[in-house]
Design a binder for this molecule. Structure first.
Ligand code: CP
Length: 302
């Protein structure tokens, strides 16, 4: 069964195959199911990009979309995540896309449900489809990962994007640097080297900024001097290498992680990342569902 829970479950070959499929979808080609296939999107945390790009991806593939909102479901009556997913499986969902505030929410489901689970972000844990769309954006720009220097800036400790990206970019041959406040260093994220913000920006082919994850902090953080101390100012943008690009998973805190005027500058790929999110998610859905359809055809022919 083709769950997608973390990036480290994917081999390099599988990652390249997903990126190739995403490119095919960008060109208007690629697999679509011939049978009726149902997918349910379960979002227990707020989302704009991931939720709607999954929905667009599903509709482009011709899937039947079962949208779920926790506040209008039996979650309000105490139903567990397992019972919700098992219910959807029972009534015909062929896969579930889940965003949840709990790290590793999927551990309660693995081996107990027989439909693919796609992780759309688990707490501070992982965000594999964000990672795949980031890889697609970098590959479109540079055609490779080997030898690139990619700096990840900010709230590393609470960022599932940093966790997913640092591991896979290192594995694919990039040199990962981290930069940000010492209190937000992640002792468990051992893939990158910490350097000062000016050094990181001057050395990087990709400057990847992160949102401050206030909702995951024990105490409210003061972001007043953050831009000057750690963010991408206009002066720092001038120090970037020729051809270097700016990325951010978004939503962006304007004039905190990055000066608002730079969000749509020539170097910025922030909206390109969102566009690529649809194609990367189409490829992930293909990986999850193609085998199911083949199994259905085999069963129909028995
Ligand atoms: N980048 C990202 O995951 O955005 P959303 O929270 O809006 O889905």
């Amino acid at each position: 069964m083709k769950n997608l829970l973390t990036m480290n479950q994917l081999s390099n070959e599988e990652i390249h195959a997903i990126l190739e499929d995403a490119e095919q979808y960008r060109l208007g080609k690629g697999w679509t199911p011939t049978n009726m296939v149902f997918v349910s999107n379960l979002f227990f945390e707020p989302s704009t990009r991931t939720r709607f790009s999954f929905e667009v991806a599903e509709k482009k593939l011709g899937l039947q979309v079962l949208n779920f909102t926790a506040e209008h479901s039996s979650v309000q009556k105490g139903e567990t995540l397992y019972d919700t997913v098992k219910t959807l499986e029972s009534i015909g969902a062929n896969a579930v896309v889940i965003r949840h505030q709990e790290d590793h929410f999927f551990e309660d489901l693995i081996g107990k449900v027989s439909i693919p689970i796609i992780n759309a972000g688990d707490g501070c844990g992982h965000h594999p489809t964000q990672s795949l769309l980031d890889l697609l954006t970098i590959k479109q720009e540079f055609g490779k990962f080997e030898g690139l220097t990619i700096s990840i800036h900010g709230d590393i400790r609470h960022s599932r994007v940093a966790r997913s990206n640092a591991e896979v970019l290192t594995r694919l041959g990039a040199n990962v640097l981290f930069s940000g406040p010492s209190e937000w260093r992640d002792p468990l994220n051992t893939f990158g080297q910490y350097v000062g913000v000016n050094e990181a920006i001057a050395k990087s082919d990709v400057v990847m900024l992160l949102r401050i994850q206030h909702e995951r902090h024990d105490e409210k953080s003061n972001a007043e001097n953050y831009l000057q101390e750690y963010g991408l100012t206009k002066d720092r943008e001038k120090q970037m290498k020729k051809g270097a690009i700016i990325m951010h998973p978004a939503p962006v805190n304007r004039d905190v992680e990055i000066v608002g005027d730079l969000i749509e500058c020539d170097r910025s790929r922030i909206f390109k990342q969102m566009e690529n999110g649809v194609f990367a998610r189409m490829a992930v859905l293909k990986r999850a569902l193609q085998q199911i359809e083949q199994n259905q055809e085999v069963n129909n022919n028995v």
